[in-house]
Design a binder for this molecule. Structure first.
Ligand code: NAP
Length: 493
């Protein structure tokens, strides 16, 4: 339920306030909300171990938002709401000091006891923080309390369950906001609208008219400075278990009876339950993994994954995954949902291609192979928009050619009016709208699907590297589609 009041009041405690996520995403998001007047009565407490002061913290916060729009007056009014509290989250004495500061700020900033605890820290600390917040009375204020947590949520189903139990011992499910920042992206939020507000698509949105759906999220960068984290994760855990599964669920779900959090989530959960689980022995029929070798990106030579740092030299971690997901329900029986994601690929692009079935006899193409099916392309990033491929008359009488109808979201204004994913999600959380956050059941179902893929892969060592940097991934990913008579549609513009 969204609260009526659209200018939420709260003290926001950011654990991990000196870290990368806080600096790159959270402070700029809060600043945009402040500048656009969405939040007025608020204060932020930054908590981390470094011995910063309020002054040095505010300088850091100002630094991290300076490139957005510099108006000194606003900036000072903004940063004066930030307070720093040195905290070691493993030390229970820290929590009493923190509680005293929160209570003091609640008086000064009239936040009515509403508290957000944002855990911008490594997941191994989530459980201990949640427990201590409860134990030391930080949940005992008069207002609402919400806990925001980042990915990764576990590295398999058992670890996710354990983490969930630890958190749930202190917070109720409806107080927990699990961020999947893809759900804050404009065009991901648009999937539902494109489907459910257009009879043109929704009437055809099933196995009678759709041939297959392809979801690509490709990166041209390698692992860069995230090598250590990434090597324990890999493309499947880092991208497929969360972001790709969420997009599949949004594309495949039934229309909810209304747009409340409960109804939308319940439809997504049904899709995740209907996904055909892959027997580990059959993994190669459904999933392909890859790791990049040396190659060229934008004309420059780049090294392979195993040469990125010394500790990766024997790594079997996949930097690429492609899969065929079958949804065994009445609407989707027989329609493959293909997903692929990877690093050091030819282009950076996140895109959904819905391929409609060809008509049985196309009079306008001499050669059947030249026929171009109708495609609906949802561009998520870097471009945002929708493209529809139709067939229209060609110069020569009796011939057709594909044409495109394109709608492009106006991205020229990257300034204050363009809310980014984190900003939207943070605002939703302050309003108490959990629709675009992940429910535990979604996390559990997607881990159980992914765990059997990973179990299948553990049975044999991969022959890595198996794709050159600057290509679109291993050849086996093309074969995955061609054996069904499909092929990947290009994702470059
Ligand atoms: P990071 O830069 O390593 O920051 C970690 C933060 O935790 C630092 O502020 C550190 O501050 C603090 N910290 C560590 N141990 C502590 C302790 N015992 N007590 C109190 N504070 C402690 O990590 P990050 O990149 O911001 O990532 C944070 C979380 O977000 C992770 O779960 C990550 O997977 C997730 N995430 C990050 C991104 C991103 O873009 N960075 C994207 C998606 C998800 P001190 O050293 O001062 O204590």
């Amino acid at each position: 339920m969204v609260e009526e009041q659209l200018k939420p009041k709260a003290v926001i405690v950011i654990f991990g306030a000196t870290g990368d996520l806080a600096k790159r995403k959270l402070y700029p998001s809060l600043y945009r909300m402040f500048r656009s007047g969405k939040i007025e009565d608020f204060a932020v407490i930054g908590a981390a171990r470094r011995p910063w002061t309020n002054e040095s913290y505010r300088e850091n916060v100002e630094q991290s938002v300076k490139n957005i729009d510099m108006r000194d007056k606003d900036l000072q009014a903004f940063s004066s709401r930030f307070f720093y509290q040195p905290v070691d989250v493993t030390n229970s004495a820290s929590y009493q000091d923190l509680n005293s500061l929160i209570q003091e700020l609640e008086e000064d900033f009239h936040t009515e006891g509403n508290r957000v605890f944002y855990l911008a820290m490594a997941p191994e600390f989530f459980g201990i923080i949640a427990k201590n917040l409860k134990l030391h009375g930080l949940k005992d204020s008069a207002g609402w309390k919400r806990l925001v947590i980042e990915k990764p949520f576990g590295h398999d189903l058992p670890s996710a369950k354990q983490l969930n139990e630890e958190i749930r011992s202190a917070f109720d499910e409806d107080q927990i906001y699990r961020i999947d920042h893809y759900l804050g992206k404009e065009m991901v939020q648009n999937i539902e609208v494109i489907r459910f507000a257009n009879g043109l698509f929704e009437h055809l949105w099933n196995n009678r008219f759709i041939s297959n759906i392809q979801i690509t999220s490709s990166e041209s960068l390698g692992v860069e400075e995230r090598a250590r984290y990434y090597d324990h994760s890999g493309a499947t855990r880092d991208m497929a278990q969360n972001h790709m599964m969420q997009m599949v669920a949004l594309l495949a779900m039934e229309p909810p009876i209304n747009l409340t959090t409960e109804e939308v989530r319940s439809e997504k959960i049904k899709v995740l339950r209907a996904m055909r689980s892959v027997n580990p022995e059959d993994v190669d029929a459904y999933f392909v993994r890859g790791q990049y070798g040396p190659g060229q990106i934008a004309g420059s030579e780049v090294t392979g994954y195993r040469e990125e740092t010394e500790e990766l030299q024997d790594s079997d971690t996949e930097t690429y995954v492609a899969g065929k997901i079958m949804i065994d329900n009445y609407r989707w029986a027989g329609v493959p949902f293909y997903i692929r994601t990877g690093k050091r690929l030819a282009v950076k692009s996140t895109k959904i291609v819905v391929e409609f079935q060809n008509i049985p006899m196309n009079l306008y193409y001499e050669n059947k192979d030249d026929q171009h099916p109708n495609l609906l392309v949802i561009n998520i990033q870097p471009e945002e928009g929708v493209t529809l491929y139709l067939n229209a008359k060609k110069d020569k009488v009796g011939h057709a050619e594909p044409i495109k109808l394109s709608y492009r979201n106006n991205l020229t204004d990257h300034g204050i009016n363009t809310p980014e994913a984190y900003e939207k999600l943070l605002y939703d959380c302050l309003l108490g709208d959990a629709t675009n956050f992940t429910h535990w059941d979604e996390v559990a179902l997607s881990w159980s699907f992914i765990d059997s893929i990973l179990a299948g892969w553990r049975m044999k060592r991969p022959a890595f590297p198996n794709y050159a940097s600057g290509t679109m991934g291993p050849d086996a990913a093309n074969k995955l589609l061609s054996k069904n008579g499909h092929h990947w549609w290009p994702v470059e513009e």
